[in-house]
Structures are given as structure tokens and as C-alpha cells.
Design a protein around this ligand. Sequence first.
Ligand code: CA
Ligand code: CA
Ligand code: CA
Ligand code: CA
Ligand code: CA
Length: 361
Amino acid sequence: MTNGLRPHFTPYTISLLIALVAGPIVNGQARMPLADPEPPTPSPVLHVHATVETAPMPVGGDAADDPAIWVNPDDPGLSAILGTNKQGGLFVYDLQGKVLDETKDGKLNNVDLRSDFPLSGKSVVLVTAGNRTDDTIAIYTLDRQTRRLTNVAERPIKTAPAYGACMYCSPKSGKFYYVLANKAGQVEMWELADNGRGRVSATKARVLKLGGQLEGCVADDATGILYVGEEDKGIWRMAADPGSSDAPELLDAVGSGRLVADVEGMAIAETGPGTGYLIVSSQGNNSYVVYRREGKNEYVKTFQIVDGDRVDGTADTDGIDVTTRGLGSAFPKGVFVAQDGFNDIGNQNFKLVPLERILDL
Ligand code: CA
Ligand code: CA
Ligand code: CA
Ligand code: CA
Ligand code: CA
């Protein structure tokens, strides 16, 4: 042996070696160890921490509902998070969670946006939300400098009872749509257009009955697929274009071991043309389920936002949104935003998680 180290056997170490070879001694008899011990079960759920939370809602109870992210292409650090107050309006927050603007136009439930809508010869950021106060489409532009909202709806556009909503821009036609998904299982698509006088009109383009109560939805502008959540059943997937007649398919079902009712918000994380992830809020177990965006939407992983040192975790989440675009030093590879049903201090709000904590980017 080198360095003066030599094996040194005492009667104790010898009996220990015998025990190790023979197995534990129980009631005076040596028992052989199990040939193939069960490996510890790894946790299949990824736990992440949020780094920012938005200002709490001005009212108690269930109020915050659905977020949408606007990425500022000129200065990504000056992007914005929009978030509905389903008891009465819509907020715009900066990336530190501070309020930049608030509208009080009614019980706005779900919100979505597209950043390149043609209006009056310019490209504008168009925001839509379902207004449950009068079952209309709330339509705004978001000013790229001030990050404030302007109502540009041509008129009160009456729809089926409002509830869930998202937007779609067809890769075939370039047309923009507001998509409604409601408690009666109805899906309605409304084509949005410049009315020639600086405001936005909407024309009903498709009506579909999907089953039970619907809410969360997201449309994929690259693949032309619309995903709709039936709260106690699962995730529907269908061709988004109004002319399509393919039967909707159930992508994943409540009871599969991944989704626990209600199925709520949905969002698409784009990593390349047509590639990335579909993320869905599984409200019943305070989790988010990640599927592949491409192909048959294979299951990837499940994660939860748990309590951190500064920001509490999320529970009972309704709406979510995600972007893979870098938003400055706080969110260099994008951000995931989730409504939190139980804020630790104060009313409900939204939590922001750096995306690289969730996805392999
Ligand atoms: Ca809720
Ligand atoms: Ca949304
Ligand atoms: Ca719901
Ligand atoms: Ca919480
Ligand atoms: Ca908090």
C-alpha cells in the first residue's frame, strides 16, 4: 500500500465484512439481500419557481383569468403581459408585473393577440377578449410605445354566450379570426377585418358543436390546427380553417393519468417552423402538461410552479401563455405566464417563469 495506508482488520471490521457478504442478520439468522432491489421511483413532475408576479387583482375572489404575451420586437425588455380581470376588465403589465394600463369594459374572460394585423395601412398589435357582460368581442389595439390599449371594435359584436377565446391567423388565406369556445360546447369563429374607417369589424365564419363545457383554446398559425379544451373530457384537436370538415380528434383525455379536470388554458411554445410544444393547464392537480407541437402531439412532461423564496407557486390555474422569444436579461429564453388561483399575499395574480427552467431550449 502506498502512503503508509494498510488494511487494518479488527474483530469488529471482520464481522462487518461477513455481514455485508451474507446479508443482514435477523433473529440470529443471516438473510440474503434481495437480488434486484426496487429502484427509487423518480418524481415524474418537474418543479419550477416563478421569478416575477404581477400586481394583484383589485378585487377578491376568482378574478384573474387569462394572460397573453406581447413581444416587443424593437426592445424585448419592454414587452407586455396582458391579463384579464373576469370581474371587470383587462390589465397590461410590464415584465416586472407593474400595471401599465387597465380597461373596465366588462367581464373580459379570455384574451389573445396577434402582433401584425393590417389596419389603416399599418401593421398593429390586435387584442381580442370575450366580454361576458354583453356577449360581445372586445377588440383593442396595443400601442407599441405606450403599451396602452385603445378600443377599436366597429360596434358591439354580439356572439354566442362568451367564455373561452383565442385568435387564429390562417397560413393559407392570411385572414384573422376570433375563436370563441363556450359553456354550451359551441365553437364560433369570427373573421376580423379593417372596416376601412380605422376600426375592426367581425363576421361569423364558422359554427361547431363540440360537446360539453369548453373554455381554453389555442390556434397554431403555422400548422393550421386549433386545440380546444373540454373541461371535464380532454383536449380536442381540429383543422382551424373555417372551410375544413375533418372530424375533431381527442388528443388526450381526462383520466389518462396526465390531465385532471378541469382542462383549462393552452399555449404553444415555438422552437422552429412548426416545431415546439403545446402546454395545457391541468387545473385539478395544479399542473401543466407538455406535448410535442408536431406530429401526433406526443406527451413530453408535466411540471408545477411551486413556492419559491420570493414568489409563491401556482394552484388552480385557469389561463396560461408562453413565448420562446428572449425578453431581455430577466427572461433570456422566453417566459411562461400562468394565472394563480391562490396568491399567498393579496388577491389573485399572474406568475412569470423563465422558460429555460421548464423546457429544454
Ligand atoms: Ca378560477
Ligand atoms: Ca390567452
Ligand atoms: Ca374553466
Ligand atoms: Ca399561489
Ligand atoms: Ca405572491
